[in-house]
Design a protein around this ligand. Structure first.
Ligand SMILES: Cc1ncc(COP(=O)(O)O)c(C=O)c1O
Length: 347
């Protein structure tokens, strides 16, 4: 890789034998790769998490193994993409959550078998904030010969994500949550040795081996994870995404995790004092940054807090409160005071 140095910035021009990607995907790939401990050759820049996962799905064959296992924690897009593959021969099976909202490893043990091609898991559940023990699921899936896709959308930027440590085969994420980026940007990681085993049929010229060959007579996907890209990349979003990633790295993702765990411990204690029902696991290593609280009318509760300048959201009857590096104990106190005022809406 040759580079041009200007001040402290390194502007990459080429990536191995790939052509220059002049519209910004390459700098995005490099920053994202660094963030998850991958190499840039293993990263595609996409317009959404869905676009990367769809490119993967389009490149899988469901012949030798036909089963795709997903969990009941998945974001709708994941379920929709895999169920769409039923038309192409995939058999989709769901791993149910337990009554307490978590997904014990035994539930995966019952479903992953020697017909399983892919296990599609979500890192942190968008509905209740619970976090999977990713390495354990990966170990089990690999023992049974299955590949693993991790949806890290609700985790990336809020806690350290290391594809080597997790051992995942594929990972998708977006830039707009804890990476402080904007909508319209996603990243997709594919482990180096798997790249050329997947032949995406959902594609575009930015997935080509040489995008400036301008060859409409042939399909030769890149020999890097760029093969999971498609058309013209979201250039403005990439630069906002790079700025967000760099800012989060400067602040420190591990330090942010520690800071937010401290805030959430304080939040939990306050919720207990209020008699609230917490839908998120209590152990810090079993949850992400998101804390969810049961509500009798979660939409009304979000609206009431919003009127008081407190921005929250709701899913599945839960109020979602998501602290990040810029939040303080005073912010948590403000939410608790707001909840005290609207105690009638807590379940
Ligand atoms: C866990 C999870 N996965 C996927 C998505 C959607 O990603 P995209 O719209 O980039 O496809 C979201 C969006 O909030 C999400 O929370």
């Amino acid at each position: 890789m040759s580079t041009r140095q200007s001040g402290t910035r390194v502007e990459p021009r080429t990536l191995g034998d790939a052509p220059p990607e002049q519209y910004g995907p390459l700098p995005g790939r490099i920053r994202f790769a660094r963030l998850v401990n991958a190499s840039p050759e293993e990263v595609a820049v996409t317009t959404s998490l869905s676009a990367g996962v769809s490119a993967l799905a389009s490149g899988l064959r469901f012949a030798r193994r036909s089963k795709v296992v997903l969990t009941d924690w998945e974001f709708p897009t994941i379920g929709q993409i895999w169920h769409a593959q039923e038309a192409r021969g995939a058999r989709v099976t769901h791993v149910p959550a337990a009554d307490d909202g978590t997904i014990p490893l035994e539930h995966f043990e019952r479903v992953i078998d020697d017909d399983t091609l892919l296990v599609s898991i979500t890192h942190v559940c968008y509905r209740n904030g619970a976090m999977l023990d990713v390495p354990k699921v990966v170990e089990l899936a690999h023992e049974r010969g299955a590949l693993v896709l991790l949806d890290s959308f609700q985790a990336i930027g809020s806690l350290p994500v290391d594809v080597r440590e997790f051992g995942v085969d594929f990972l998708g994420a977006g830039a707009l949550k804890y990476l402080l980026g904007s909508a319209g940007l996603g990243f997709f990681y594919c482990r180096r040795d798997l790249v050329e085993r997947v032949w995406p049929t959902q594609t575009g010229w930015f997935a080509d081996e040489n995008i400036f060959a301008m060859d409409h007579t042939d399909y030769s996907p890149a020999r890097t994870a760029a093969r999971f890209q498609s058309g013209t990349p979201p250039v403005p979003a990439i630069y906002a995404g790079i700025a967000g990633i760099e800012l989060m790295q400067e602040i420190g993702v591990a330090a942010t995790r520690e800071h937010v765990n401290g805030l959430n411990a304080h939040f939990l204690a306050g919720l207990d004092d209020l008699g609230a029902t917490v839908a998120t696991p209590r152990a810090a290593d079993a949850r992400g940054a998101l804390m969810c609280v049961r509500s009798k009318d979660s939409k009304a509760l979000v609206a009431a807090l919003d009127r008081e300048g407190i921005v929250t959201s709701e899913r599945d009857g839960n109020l979602r409160v998501s602290a990040h590096c810029y939040n303080s104990v005073e912010d948590v106190e403000a939410v608790l005071t707001g909840l005290q005022r609207h105690k009638n809406l807590l379940a």
